[in-house]
Design a protein around this ligand. Structure first.
Ligand SMILES: *Cc1c(COP(=O)(O)O)cnc(C)c1O
Length: 482
């Protein structure tokens, strides 16, 4: 995708693809949206998709496949064992990352499950630039703990740091000195750091982290789920990468890493996931777990059609035009909201546009889940489904007290190659209206609260009649119920 300059001087992000297949969307009126929200316990995960106009919950598995991917899917070699399609995928992994061994698994968190099972012992400490929900849960289930080594300004919206996903190298050195390398089986490097707003890390930082790890005999593990956006940012933000192709940048990253894993629901515009390994020894350890938990080694719980689409999708990930649609549309949305004064995470990252719910709803206490309340209000006002990424996404402390998140974000995910600019404009317009009327929005409280990953299935309710008041104001301002 290119940014093309118009007569007005404005640069407009242009999709370098055309839609060949479309799916009809429905936009239900605000009274129906309110009923849907109540039925879903004010939890975006429990809304039915029919009730949603623009689904910005997640990019996971929502990226749009290309004609070539669909064509590849049809030519997949459907076999339980020894499928040609698997070997073509393993060859593509070798070509792109130069890793000799590849194990398919059903999705990203399955990689995390197996990695934790192989590497993490009780008392181990896993360092990372920032945690991810499912990653941390699997490490903790194996008795390990997670330490985040993010930069001091990584969560600061006033900082223009282009690589907020970078590791703080001093913190890494200090941690190794404190706990000792024998308690640190690997350092996890997360590309396109999800929970701080899809913020990238630089190639320079990856090289530096890998060097420190090598000095201490600690493995480097790359969570490459969001690598696609991170590659784009390395190319456009990092001087050393400016003249490199995406393929060259990818190899430069991979060369620093011992184990790569990814969710193909994000990387590769497909479904599934995979673990890439360099050593036959490690491969043997993982093999048994894959056959036990995922499926046979040549399909790993993924359908052959998905394996075939993944191979083609990884090839498309090496194409700058194909991978820039996401970040450029996100930057457009961030800029438009910023112009209206709406507090957004800046600079724009990958995977989606992130609203700072703490600043947006500064009159709502954090204990009443600012991000959850704002996400619900957005659905009510627009039919757009965002995701809460704040305290609801955290687990309670062992004594049952609330564990407050560092940041209260509302993510408007931008699945790659999916939305059009007018759809983004609609979402911006409704969020702008909400911002103008933000004092009407109140908090939420739990009605049903599961113990594990409560954000997926917990049910909540408003702490006052604020949603009624918001609906009433909407009808006055818009003159009807849509
Ligand atoms: C989504 C994601 C995962 C988990 O992948 P799933 O396929 O959804 O299980 C892991 N790590 C990161 C960074 C992710 O963004």
């Amino acid at each position: 995708m290119k940014k093309i300059k118009f007569f007005s001087g404005q640069r407009i992000p242009m999709e370098m693809h055309r839609a060949k297949v479309v799916q009809k969307l429905t936009l239900v009126d605000i009274d129906t949206r309110k009923q849907n929200l109540e039925a879903a316990g004010y939890n975006q995960f429990l809304l039915k998709n029919d009730a949603i106009f623009l689904d910005m919950l997640t990019d996971s598995g929502m990226n749009v496949m290309s004609d070539k991917q669909l064509a590849a899917a049809m030519t997949g070699d459907d076999a339980y064992a020894g499928s040609r399609t698997f070997f073509e995928l393993a060859d593509k992994i070798k070509e792109i990352f130069d890793f000799d061994f590849f194990l398919p698994v059903h999705q990203g968190r399955a990689c995390e499950h197996l990695l934790a099972r192989v590497f993490v012992k009780p008392g181990d400490v896993i360092a990372m630039n920032y945690h991810f929900t499912t990653t941390r849960a699997h490490i903790m289930l194996c008795g390990g703990s997670v330490v985040e080594l993010n930069l001091p300004d990584s969560l600061d919206n006033s900082s223009a740091n282009p690589f907020k996903g970078n590791f703080d190298l001093d913190k890494l050195n200090a941690l190794i000195a404190e706990v000792g390398p024998q308690k640190m089986p690997f350092v996890r490097i997360e590309a396109g750091t999800n929970l701080i707003g899809g913020q990238p890390l630089s190639l320079e930082n990856i090289v530096a982290v890998a060097k420190i790890c090598r000095q201490h005999g600690i493995l480097t593990v790359l969570d490459a789920s969001l690598l696609q956006d991170n590659l784009y940012f390395m190319k456009v933000r990092e001087a050393a990468c400016k003249d490199m192709s995406i393929r060259e940048i990818t190899r430069a990253v991979a060369d620093q890493i011992d184990v790569i894993y990814f969710s193909a629901r994000k990387l590769g515009f497909a479904k599934g996931g995979g673990i890439c390994l360099r050593s036959a020894e490690l491969y043997d350890q993982f093999k048994e777990l894959v056959t036990l938990h995922e499926g046979f080694l040549t399909y790993g719980g993924i359908s052959i059609t998905e394996l075939a689409s993944m191979t083609q999708g990884l090839e498309e990930t090496m194409d700058f035009d194909m991978i820039s649609q996401g970040p450029q549309f996100i930057a457009y949305m961030v800029d438009e909201l910023d112009k209206c004064g709406v507090p957004v995470v800046k600079p724009a990252g990958g995977l989606g546009c992130h609203l700072d719910a703490r600043a947006f709803l500064s009159h709502v206490p954090q204990a009443e889940y600012q991000a959850g309340a704002l996400a619900a209000a957005i659905y009510l006002a627009s039919g757009v489904r965002p995701m809460e990424r704040g305290t609801i996404s955290e687990a309670r402390n062992e004594d049952g007290s609330e564990h407050f998140a560092d940041v209260e974000l509302v993510r408007l995910a931008m699945p790659r190659r999916l939305f059009t600019r007018s759809q983004i404009d609609y979402a911006v317009d409704r969020i702008h209206w909400l911002y103008e009327n933000r004092t009407l929005i109140g908090g939420l409280r739990f009605v049903k609260e599961p113990k594990v990953l409560r954000f997926f299935s917990g049910e909540l309710a408003p702490t006052s009649d604020w949603s009624d008041r918001l609906v009433a104001r909407f009808k006055v301002d818009f003159g009807d119920s849509l």
